[in-house]
Ligand binder design. Structure first.
Ligand code: FES
Length: 108
């Protein structure tokens, strides 16, 4: 059985913040909202390029949505659905993660 891959400490991802990582050749982004961790591939469905405008910075100023810095697409944090922008109706690709013992892990 394959072990989960460590991503970061739980304390690195506080509420209403985001982080970006490259693991196992996959770029991913993490967001914590109301204590829950959400993870997606860092790949905009519009042009298939990374979303952030600055390292670890994936959220709108009010931290309510994930934003693509390239052409302004907006995605819900809870399900990665694009609700505004050129890829409206498309979604970020979810990544399965788990949180335990003070760490966040990629599920095998
Ligand atoms: S690449 Fe994300 S909106 Fe265009």
């Amino acid at each position: 059985m394959t072990e989960p891959t460590y991503i970061c400490a739980s304390s690195d991802l506080t509420d209403d913040t985001s982080r970006g990582y490259r693991l196992e050749a996959v770029n991913l982004l993490l967001v914590r909202k109301k204590g829950q961790v959400y993870a997606y591939r860092n790949l905009c469905p519009h042009v298939a390029i990374p979303l952030e405008w600055r390292e670890h910075d994936f959220l709108t100023a009010d931290t309510s949505l994930i934003q693509c810095a390239n052409h302004g697409a907006l995605f819900t944090i809870e399900d990665g659905l694009c609700i505004s922008g050129p890829c409206n109706g498309q979604s970020l690709i979810p990544i399965a993660v788990t949180e335990r013992d003070g760490g966040i892990y990629l599920k095998p």
